[in-house]
Design a protein around this ligand. Structure first.
Ligand code: HPA
Length: 290
């Protein structure tokens, strides 16, 4: 049934934009600005797409933007559906199912996250190496539809290693170019701020942020960052054989690490602060994918 629904949604999207889409991008809280850079854009509000839900979170626009980034046809989800909004997990991952039916091979997931690893500062980016699913749900639960993928999909390499290398290489180039620009302006050599680090993302349902004790526990369990999204979409994409990239924008230190309390406004503001760097990294990475 979900398959037929995804076909319906895919047919609708194709009727609005008939290019072969190479990459689907999901933009997290405060990171929506990237969609404004899509060229020759066709923008579809989620309400118009069959079986899509409505985005209810502040900071999530709720539309699918189709068009080109550096000439590469993309589908950009400006706003996603979260489990904490009350949707069934099927609805949360429905856009990814639709992308897979559209034949899109690459999925770039982004999110805002709190840093569990004290080395990852506010405003830095974390390339997701792997995830820990503590959401208490799995989007593949229920009768398996073989048209999407197998019953028991392997999750050894959810985030494609070959793409991780691309992201790190592009980030490094950006950092070096920035250092060279500063050196040219000031005449003095600067050390290169290598602003993307690899880490493990832990997905929790939210919507409450974590307690300091939970964060301490998660650190011992191997998490570097925490957030309320991404994991269900990544599992669904791997099930469908898509290649996945995950990038977290570290918007705050997780609970108990600093004396500050965490609020959504801060998460949104930090997203806006890193927007330029973040957008450039995405642009560069998109041109390098197969
Ligand atoms: N915890 C969970 N989700 C988040 C956080 C956090 O600290 N920051 C942004 N999303």
């Amino acid at each position: 049934m979900n398959y037929e629904k995804a076909v319906e949604a895919a047919e609708f999207i194709k009727s609005k934009y008939d290019q072969e889409i190479k990459v689907a991008v999901v933009l997290g809280s405060g990171l929506g600005a990237f969609a404004d850079d899509v060229e020759n854009a066709v923008s579809i509000p989620y309400e118009e797409i069959p079986h899509f839900s409505k985005s209810t979170v502040e900071g999530h626009a709720g539309r699918l933007v189709l068009g080109e980034v550096e000439g590469v046809p993309v589908a950009v989800q400006q706003g996603r559906f979260h489990y904490y909004e009350g949707y069934d997990i099927d609805r949360v991952v429905f856009p990814v199912r639709t992308f897979s039916v559209l034949g899109i091979k690459n999925l770039l997931l982004t999110n805002a996250a709190g840093s569990v690893n004290t080395d990852f500062g506010q405003g830095s980016l974390m390339l997701i190496r792997d995830h820990i699913n503590l959401m208490g749900v799995n989007p593949l639960r229920g009768k398996n539809d073989e048209r999407f993928g197998v019953r028991f999909p392997d999750m050894t390499e959810v985030y494609a290693l070959e793409y991780q290398e691309i992201v790190l290489a592009e980030a490094k180039k950006m950092a070096q170019e920035k250092a060279a620009r500063i050196a040219a302006q000031t005449g003095s050599k600067q050390s290169v701020d290598y602003f993307v680090r690899r880490g493990v993302y832990c997905g929790l349902t939210g919507p409450s942020y974590e307690t300091p004790s939970e964060i301490r526990m998660l650190r011992f369990q191997g998490a570097d960052a925490v957030g309320m999204s991404t994991v269900p979409e990544a599992i669904t994409a791997r099930h469908a054989g898509m290649k996945v990239i995950g990038i977290s924008c570290i918007t705050n230190m997780a609970a108990g690490i600093s004396d500050d309390i965490i609020h959504h406004e801060e998460v949104m503001e930090m997203g806006a602060k890193v927007a330029e760097t973040f957008k450039e990294l995405l642009r560069r990475v998109i041109t390098k994918l197969n």
